[in-house]
Design a protein around this ligand. Structure first.
Ligand code: 9Z3
Length: 338
């Protein structure tokens, strides 16, 4: 058993940690779907969404997790589909998904919009189920788009649970997607754990209590974005998200990520303001010269917070503006009109 802390590179991570058992089959399905998108001339975006777990035991009873419900990813996926993109939606199992998110179990339970009606024409007296009249218009709108997306086959869903599943899937999917070259976008909105417990350090069975405090030393999850940019998908348009709770850190951390990984854009968001404010941080390629010396350009995207409160009629989602702006930037990146 290894006990000293290990610093994993992407390479040593994949050499020592096990791949999820169904990875090969999943990737075969992804490959076939990508071939169809290539034939159709579609742009494809990989949207990652939701939190990752970090198991503490091999026979897992306990794990670390984070807050992400997958709102950002599920909502953005809908707007990408609307913009004509084919979407690989790679999400944490049971996190929110495009379309069904509107009827999530906690905020808008779908059973609350159904009614039971007596049906005189039913031969065995079975009542009918109908949709509450005031909920019909919204449901019809959502259902119509959902059915159209299903019929077009432009939404492909993959699931992960642990940070290990996520890393293996991300590597395999981005390697497959690299055939699309510049037409592929990566929208990395999943909240990925920074720390994990390598399988070599994990207890096989449930950690037992009764021996006082529990100390666990975790290793850092390797910064795979650099390897993604340099090796897995060289021409893709890569959008990462930077989450902070200290607003002072948002821009410096976003700049540092661009510097370190060399990708196209970091979207910074503060935990408490993320539904109405984000900042796009990009390297200054000359086109946005401010004082002639700035290395990075910051563009804030904001909406009225009052429009995001649950229950209001005229809801506005910031993801609409984020996706709109990214589609424009991706078009410039590709160098051809969509
Ligand atoms: C984000 O920052 C997402 O916008 C949120 C969305 C997780 C805040 P919700 O699911 O929240 O809508 O409730 N995601 C990225 C977080 C992250 O782990 N980024 C990595 C990092 O900061 C870089 S790829 O190290």
């Amino acid at each position: 058993m290894i006990t000293e802390p290990t610093s994993f590179s992407a390479e040593s991570y994949f050499a020592t940690q096990s791949s999820p058992p169904n990875l090969g089959q999943e990737i075969q399905r992804v490959r076939e779907w990508i071939q169809k998108q290539v034939a159709a001339g579609n742009r494809v975006v990989l949207v990652t969404s939701g939190g990752t777990t970090v198991p503490l035991e091999l026979n897992v009873v306990r794990f670390l997790d984070n807050f992400s419900a997958g709102n950002r990813g599920a909502t953005s996926a809908e707007y990408f589909l609307k913009a004509g993109y084919a979407v690989i939606f790679m999400h944490r199992q049971f996190s929110l998904q495009p379309f069904s998110r509107h009827y999530s179990h906690s905020t808008n339970p779908f059973l609350d919009m159904l009614e039971i009606e007596e049906d005189d024409n039913s031969p065995d007296g079975t009542p009918r189920i109908s949709v509450t009249p005031e909920k019909r218009a919204k449901l019809l709108k959502t259902l119509t788009v959902y059915k159209a997306v299903q019929a077009s086959g432009t939404l492909f869903t993959l699931t992960f649970v642990t940070v290990n599943d996520y890393l293996w899937l991300l590597r395999a999917v981005s390697q497959e997607l690299s055939v699309l070259r510049k037409k592929a976008m990566y929208y990395l909105a999943a909240a990925v754990s920074d720390f994990f417990l390598p399988k070599q350090k994990m207890s096989e069975h449930k950690i037992q209590s009764g021996k006082g405090n529990l100390s666990i030393e975790m290793d850092q999850v390797p910064k795979i974005l650099k390897t993604m940019v340099d090796e897995w998908t060289r021409d893709g348009y890569i959008v990462s998200f930077q989450l902070e709770t200290d607003p002072e850190l948002l821009i410096p951390k976003a700049r540092a990520a661009l510097e370190r990984y060399g990708h196209q854009i970091v979207i910074g968001n503060d935990l408490h303001r993320r539904k109405f404010e984000v900042v796009f941080v990009t390297p200054n390629t000359g086109g946005h010269q401010t004082d002639g010396s700035a290395q990075y350009v910051e563009t804030w995207v904001r909406i009225d917070p009052a429009l995001t409160y649950p229950g209001i009629q005229q809801i506005k989602e910031i993801e609409e503006d984020i996706v709109d702006e990214l589609v424009k930037r991706h078009t410039t990146w590709i160098g051809e009109p969509q």
